[in-house]
Design a protein around this ligand. Sequence first.
Ligand SMILES: CCCCCCC[C@@H](O)CC(=O)SCCNC(=O)CCNC(=O)[C@H](O)C(C)(C)COP(=O)(O)OP(=O)(O)OC[C@H]1O[C@@H](n2cnc3c(N)ncnc32)[C@H](O)[C@@H]1OP(=O)(O)O
Length: 308
Amino acid sequence: MAVSSSCNPQLLLSHKFPETTYTYTERDVAVYALGVGACGRNAVDTDELKYAYHENGQQFIKVLPTFSALFSLESLPDGVDLPGLTFDPRLLLHGQQYIEVHKPLPSKATIQNKVSLAGLHDKGKAVILEIETRSYEKESGELLSMNRATVFLRGAGGFSDPSQPFTYSNYPANQASAMKIPESVPFAVFEDCTQSSQALLYRLSGDYNPLHSDPMFAKLAGFSRPILHGLCTLGFAVRAIIKCICKGDPDMIKNISGRFLLHVYPGETLVTEMWLKGLRVIYQVKAKERNRAVLLGYVHLHRLASSL
Ligand SMILES: CCCCCCC[C@@H](O)CC(=O)SCCNC(=O)CCNC(=O)[C@H](O)C(C)(C)COP(=O)(O)OP(=O)(O)OC[C@H]1O[C@@H](n2cnc3c(N)ncnc32)[C@H](O)[C@@H]1OP(=O)(O)O
C-alpha cells in the first residue's frame, strides 16, 4: 500500500533532537570489522587481524574509523521518524556520509551524541535530509567524531514551489562530496568480494532496516533482492584505502566523504580505485559484475605513509 508523504520544513527545522547515549564494546568493534569484510580474504592478514583480535587481549584491538558512522544511527532511536515529515520508509535510501575523525576511537566506550538537522532540500522527486551527529566520549568529554548522514527519501519531495525549491544547509559547501574522477590511471586498485550473506552479517552492527534482509520488502522498494547497506560499502572502500595508501595504519584518516551512486547486491565484487592528490585520496567503487560505479568520494589524510 502506498504511503502518502508530506513535509513541513519549519516544524522539521525547529525540532530539538534529544541527546542519546550509546555504549559499545570490543565485541561490537570486531563484529563491525568482519561486517565490512576485514580478514574476509585472509584470516591472518597482518593489516587487518588487529581489527578483530589482539594477542595481548581484546582491549588492544584497533577500531576502523568508519565505525563511528554507526553513531549516526544509534543517535536516532526512532530512526528518521521526525515531526513535520511523513514518507514511505520503503523508499528511504542512504545518499551520502561525511565523517570527521577527531580522535582514534577507543576499543570500548560510552558515547554521548548531540544531533541536529544540518540540511533539508526539496528535490521534487525526493526530500534530502542531512543529519549531523557529534559524538563525545562520556568519560573525558572529548569530541571523537562528527558524522553527517544524508538520507534520500524517494517520492517525498515537491513540498515547495518548483521554481524556488526549498533548500537549507548549515555547513560549508566544500564539505559536500560532489567531485570528479581524475582522468589519470588510478594510483592503486583493490578488489574485494562481498559475501552473499554480507548484509546479514553487517546488520548485526545495528542497522536492521529490512531493505537489507527481507526479499519482499526489497521488492516493494524497487530492488530484485535485498541490497547492501551503504555504510557497509563505505567500510569496504575505506578499508581498501587504509590497506593500499595508509599501509595499514587507520589513524592516518582525517575525514571521509562518500556518495552512494547505485545500490550494491551482496555477493558482488567491489573494485576500489584510488587517486592520490597530496593528502587527499579520491576514490571510486565499482560493482565489477555490472561494471557500474556505486560509490564516489574522498578521504583526507593527516600524513602520507613513509613507504609510499
Ligand atoms: C542518520 C542515519 C541515517 C542513515 C539511514 C540509512 C539506512 C540504510 O539502511 C539505508 C541504506 O543503506 S540504502 C543503501 C545505500 N544507498 C544506495 O544504494 C543508494 C544508491 N543511489 C541511488 O540509488 C541514486 O543515486 C539515488 C536514487 C539516491 C538518486 O538517483 P536519482 O533519483 O537518479 O537522482 P538524480 O536525478 O541523479 O539527482 C536528483 C538530485 O538529488 C541529488 N542526489 C543524487 N544522488 C544523491 C545522493 N546519493 N546523495 C545525495 N544527493 C543526491 C542530485 O545532486 C540532484 O540534485 P540537483 O538537481 O540539485 O543536482
